[in-house]
Design a protein around this ligand. Structure first.
Ligand code: SF4
Length: 702
């Protein structure tokens, strides 16, 4: 008997984007890391290794369903798609395009994302398309756009081992991006600093842990910038030739006391440790600063990113081997979604809603309309559903009933909505349960397309088996609804396969580009289906006349109109909601090592449930003693938004006055321990990213 042939594909979990070799025998799958993939070079973490154990059909939605008289009943695709198309068309006709919305996901493939953006922005005429990536990295996107002129990640994973110093700023890489972390660990003699109010595994392994007060990151990074200036350790040539805004930044920094003692006091850390960090940054030419959810999920997330980027621009530590500010994404395809305009405030191919871009995209799409302005970002979108402004919403591949902040409001919103369409792979999720129409989507291993990881590498996710039951790929479902909404749209949504969608997306990135935008996939736009099927990982930009790129900005040119990076003064503000006598604790929420999002897939693998069998509330020993909360006993956490009951873990891994809860557990797995019903819906005013890392709370023994 011959062994099944392994297929090259990509892990569907995090933004590391590891290559996987998967062999299939029926629906029995064996996986191993793809040693030819540049991201992981053969490694996989616990989640990737367990992929085979999550590939069964248990719990799958395999047929369309329509709610009739309160009950979900089997329906044909024809019935389901006709109802979706008719309702969306009716709402648009009666209330205008902005009365419909699409809430999508970093789990979608780039082709799916492209299709929904084209339908909404170019044909329906609304930019109400937002993604759960809003919750993950939209602050980094906004910081990139301000500093570099476009959403551009400068470095590559090779820079992480090339660097002599790594800074993890709000990034528990050991748990959230494990393969990347393993790769980093292969590098000897590298000074590692972790900036985090929690003593995470990454912090424990670091040479220096700055256990700062929550939300004092900007103060810390501004202090570093001031330190570099005061020591004349800035790169004058780089600043003069490649940046703008230096005087404004200087003036802004000088408004605060930037002495080591004052900054350390405000951040709640030792001045000796702070000076050690500042001096190490100052004396080490090759530094990479990684930032992730701990930095982004804040009402000041954009300015946190800008403060970190400023330190790199001032010292010229960018565009060189081993030197970069580096945003690491959570979702497997947060980057691909951004590339096609998956955020409500982006049009397509990294373009904004300016007149030139709108005209360009509309002409490329040959579309009847174009969304005139940015749409509603995730929190505002669901608020508009709750208030009745949005009357029909289509949720794809995500579970906002668990993953959004203030989930009681999401329940209210979906309960009041005239039509909730959910396309997903799992039959019973908290969000699926709210649907009027359920559409069965193809899962990982069944769908076919591309994803982009955190270092701008595009890889193929491949279908390894026939589609089970009646499931369909997301892009095909979206295209069919487009065709049914208006027969005149037939040609625009008539793709024969994902290769044609990708070719169109690549063509749009290159259309009338002339070097205006760094995002250029012209080198991939003429691909045949055979070439698409055989596509190996490739990093963009990849122009028609060039080679795939490596790191960006090595020539000192940025994507701003004058080619200079912007030094933007970051403002030190507190969190949106302050602690009070009623809610005296800072409540933080976080991911755990072996679960992904709302556990719809990872909970299927027994080995992934063993790491942490239930959600635990981390509380400092002094707080626990004072409140008579015992380790392993239940505690009640209350905020202005909701209440949860969780088992306490008494640990000095959190600061006194701080609490931490994991974000994954659903009603099915922890009926009383769902954390996001506690989380405040405050957002960063620029990025719209919610402040998951700080909600005022109180706690008592159960
Ligand atoms: Fe998958 Fe991320 Fe683990 Fe790689 S590090 S195997 S992409 S979950």
């Amino acid at each position: 008997m011959t062994a099944p042939t392994p297929h090259q594909t990509t892990c569907p979990y995090c933004g590391v984007g590891c290559g996987v070799k998967a062999s299939l025998d029926g629906r029995t799958m064996t996986v191993k890391g793809d040693d030819t993939h540049p991201a992981n070079q053969g490694r996989l973490c616990s989640k990737g290794t367990a992929l085979g154990n999550t590939f069964g059909l248990e719990g799958r939605l395999l047929e369309p369903r329509i709610r009739r008289n309160g009950q979900l009943e089997h329906a044909t695709w024809d019935e389901a798609l006709s109802q979706v198309a008719a309702k969306f068309a009716q709402v648009v006709a009666e209330h205008g395009p902005d009365a419909v919305a699409f809430y999508v996901s970093g789990q979608l493939l780039t082709e799916d994302y492209y299709a929904v953006n084209k339908l909404a922005k170019g044909y329906i005429g609304t930019a109400n398309v937002d993604t759960n990536s809003r919750l993950c990295m939209s602050s980094a996107v906004a910081a990139h756009k301000q500093a570099f002129g476009a959403d551009l990640v400068p470095g590559t994973y090779d820079d992480l081992t090339e660097a002599d110093m790594l800074v993890f700023s709000g990034h528990n890489a050991a748990w959230t991006h494990p393969v990347l972390y393993r790769r980093i660990e292969t590098r000897q003699n590298q000074f590692r600093v972790c900036i985090d109010p929690k003593r995470t595994d990454t912090a424990k392994a670091a040479d220096l842990h700055l256990m700062i007060r929550p939300q004092t990151d900007i103060r810390l990074w501004n202090g570093l910038c001031a330190h570099l200036i005061a020591r004349d350790a800035i790169d004058h040539d780089f600043i003069d030739a490649h940046t703008q805004g230096f005087s404004r930044l200087m003036a802004s920094l000088s408004a605060d006391d930037q002495s080591i003692e004052a900054v350390a006091e405000d951040c709640g850390i030792s001045p000796v440790d702070l000076k050690k960090f500042y001096d190490a940054f100052l004396h080490t030419p090759k530094v990479v600063s990684l930032f992730s959810m701990g930095s982004n999920q804040s009402s000041q997330g954009v300015h946190k990113g800008l403060a970190l980027i400023n330190a790199h621009l001032l010292s010229g530590k960018i565009g060189k081997p081993g030197a970069a500010p580096f945003s690491i994404t959570g979702q497997p395809n947060a980057m691909g979604g951004r590339e096609v305009g998956g955020l409500a405030n982006m049009l397509a191919a990294h373009m904004d809603f300016d007149e030139v871009s709108k005209s360009l995209v509309q002409r490329f799409w040959d579309s009847p309309t174009i969304a005139p302005k940015a749409g509603l970002k995730a929190v505002d979108m669901f608020e508009a559903v709750r208030s009745g402004k949005i009357k029909a919403i289509w949720i794809m591949a995500t579970n906002p009933m668990v993953s959004m902040p203030d989930t009681n409001k999401i329940h209210e919103a979906l309960s009041n909505c005239e039509m909730v369409v959910v396309s997903d792979v799992i039959a019973r999720t908290d969000t699926m349960n709210m649907a009027h129409i359920q559409l069965p989507a193809a899962a990982w291993g069944e769908k076919d397309g591309t994803v982009t990881n955190s270092e701008r590498v595009i890889s193929r996710q491949r279908n390894l088996t026939d589609l089970p039951g009646q499931v369909r790929p997301d892009w095909a479902i979206i295209a069919e609804v487009g065709r049914r909404m208006n027969t005149a749209w037939e040609t625009a949504f008539n793709w024969a396969g994902p290769d044609e969608v990708f070719a169109e997306h690549a063509g749009l990135t290159a259309f009338e580009n002339n070097g205006r935008r760094f995002l250029d996939l012209g080198g991939l736009s003429g691909m045949t289906k055979a070439e698409y099927d055989a596509l190996q990982p490739v990093r963009w930009p990849f122009k028609a006349d060039g080679l795939p790129s490596t790191r960006l900005f090595s020539d000192g040119k940025f994507n701003t109109p004058n080619g200079r990076a912007r030094l933007v003064p970051p403002i030190v503000r507190g969190p949106a909601n302050q602690t009070s006598p009623e809610f005296p604790f800072h409540l933080n929420s976080a991911r755990v090592r072996d679960h992904w999002h709302t556990m719809t897939r990872t909970a299927l693998a027994p080995e992934l449930n063993r790491h942490l069998t239930e959600p635990l509330l981390d509380i400092h020993p002094r707080d626990a003693r004072r409140l008579h909360i015992k380790d392993g006993r239940l505690a009640v956490v209350t905020t202005a938004y909701g209440e949860a009951i969780l088992k306490a873990r008494v640990t000095d891994d959190v600061r006194e006055g701080n609490l931490s809860v994991p974000m994954h557990w659903t009603r099915q797995f922890a009926p009383f321990g769902r954390s996001n019903q506690l989380i405040n819906p405050a957002v960063d005013p620029m990025s719209g990213q919610p402040e998951f890392k700080h909600t005022p709370a109180t706690v008592k023994a159960y």
